[in-house]
Design a protein around this ligand. Structure first.
Ligand SMILES: [Zn+2]
Ligand SMILES: [Zn+2]
Length: 224
């Protein structure tokens, strides 16, 4: 038993060593535009309403049964990949013993399906989404990876904020880069640390002081 724990500890330390590598890969600039959940999927619904960076309005897309979903396990930092139906299975990357949905959502869930996982993400959390036919949401989602190192927020503003004004608020939250997109109606933030509900609440408050409102349908997007 003791010997087993020792081996498990070595394996675990080994995976910790890989974290920075895995995280670096995960945040590497992808060629596709980042998305975020606009309207969270209801229980049992396979349709996701996405806001895509640079897109003028949210688009609906269906998650195929054989799509690849995933994100980073909160406990070991390793990338998790699974089919939608297996989202609630226990993480096999580390001995955390939690369903993968919770490793990615960071909170206890009731049903542990992927819809609940997406509902639990802080507003604006980045998603790396690929469609069956590139660039065509109507063809269905073939890949959806949660990426807390990038954030996309729809905004409404009475003023005309600049990237650097917003970066000033984003920096203390781990922000390294801000891009205003879609004529100033979206903010994309690159982060060096993970996006959380607390950071979202703080940024929303700070943006408010600049006369900027985060423009999700707030009742439908969870903020933990
Ligand atoms: Zn893990
Ligand atoms: Zn875990």
């Amino acid at each position: 038993m003791r010997k087993f724990s020792f081996i498990a500890a070595i394996c675990f330390m080994g995976s910790v060593g890989l974290i920075s590598n895995a995280a670096a890969k995960q945040t590497a600039k992808s060629s596709t535009a980042v998305s975020t959940i606009f309207t969270a999927p209801k229980e049992g619904s396979t349709t996701v309403s996405l806001l895509i960076a640079g897109g003028s309005k949210a688009v609906d897309a269906t998650v195929n049964d054989n799509a690849t979903m995933g994100g980073i396990c909160r406990h070991c930092g390793m990338p998790l990949r699974f089919k939608p139906a297996n989202a609630g299975k226990v993480c096999d990357m580390c001995p955390c013993g939690d369903p993968m949905t919770e490793c990615i959502a960071w909170i206890k869930l009731k049903h542990n399906d992927w819809q609940e996982m997406l509902r639990a993400l802080p507003a604006g959390t980045g998603l790396q989404v690929a469609f069956k036919t590139a660039g065509n949401p109507a063809s269905g989602i073939s890949r959806l990876i949660v990426d807390r190192r990038v954030v996309l927020l729809p905004i409404e503003s009475k003023t005309d904020p600049s990237d650097s004004q917003i970066l000033k608020w984003a920096k203390p939250l781990g922000g390294t880069k801000v891009n205003l997109l879609n004529g100033g109606k979206q903010v994309e933030i690159t982060l060096k640390s993970d996006w959380t509900g607390q950071k979202e609440a703080k940024l929303a408050k700070d943006l408010n002081s600049l006369g900027i409102q985060i423009a999700f349908k707030s009742d439908e997007v969870a903020s933990q």
